[in-house]
Design a binder for this molecule. Sequence first.
Ligand SMILES: Cc1ncc(C[n+]2csc(CCOP(=O)(O)OP(=O)(O)O)c2C)c(N)n1
Length: 278
Amino acid sequence: MDKERLAFLNAKALEIRKLTIEEIGSLGTGHIGGAMSIVDLLALLYFHRMHVDPQHPRMADRDQLVVSKGHSGPAVYAALALKGYFPKDWLETLNRGGTKLPSHCDRNLTPGIDMTTGSLGQGFSASLGIALGLRMDKRSSKVYTIIGDGESNEGQVWEAAMFAGVQGLSNLIGFTDYNKQQLDGYTKDIMDLDDLEAKWNAFGWYTQRVNGHDIEALDKAIEKALAQGKKPSMIIMDTIKGRGCFFAEGIQNNHSMAFNMEKAKEAIAALEASASQA
Ligand SMILES: Cc1ncc(C[n+]2csc(CCOP(=O)(O)OP(=O)(O)O)c2C)c(N)n1
């Protein structure tokens, strides 16, 4: 990836972060932690990797994204608005009555959302079904799917892992947002995932581990995942929960936080200041 492209994508990630903080701040509460940790991946997928058309969100030959950790909705909506799926002012309606942007992703409400998610584990299974269906239809589209490390405590994830491995679903590229935290604590204390790479390998997946905030490294990992062409892929992303929002980043109890617009503006100013120094 050339320097210009990388700068463009990092700028998109910054925009997505700012909009995500603003959305949640204007509502007064929301899932800031797990939204912020997947932003760099969202910038890469929507603005570089995925074949999509915001004017035709259900285009048959599009690539699809299933955000199985559906509570990250606010970051996904920020990316979709920036991409042009809907007007940016929709973001001001996040999770309010009558909104098209509920706190968890809903394919029946939001243009650009490919699967309804929120009940952890289920979106991941659905992504396998989509990938299998596309293969049966002989389409070359890819399915990208994002699960959480807390979500990986769900038995359904491992049932799906086994199925995709046996089926050799090479059109499926999964990401684990390994931010080491879940709703009410650290994953190692609640149900440790131990050697996560060994687990995915054992289930027949092509497994890689990268810094989930390094867009270039993520892009290379996707390139390798697509090139191997035999197995489903799992890219384990080391991430920081709340990344880029100073009062949420890496602290305990940052899963869902209450904060107002004043605090949001402070966080956005801090983000802008650190981006201008980079
Ligand atoms: C089946 C199910 N059980 C419980 C929940 C409640 N819940 C919502 S988010 C969450 C923690 C998820 O942790 P993780 O996947 O690590 O998400 P992240 O830390 O990235 O936000 C839980 C337990 C749920 N949504 N679905």
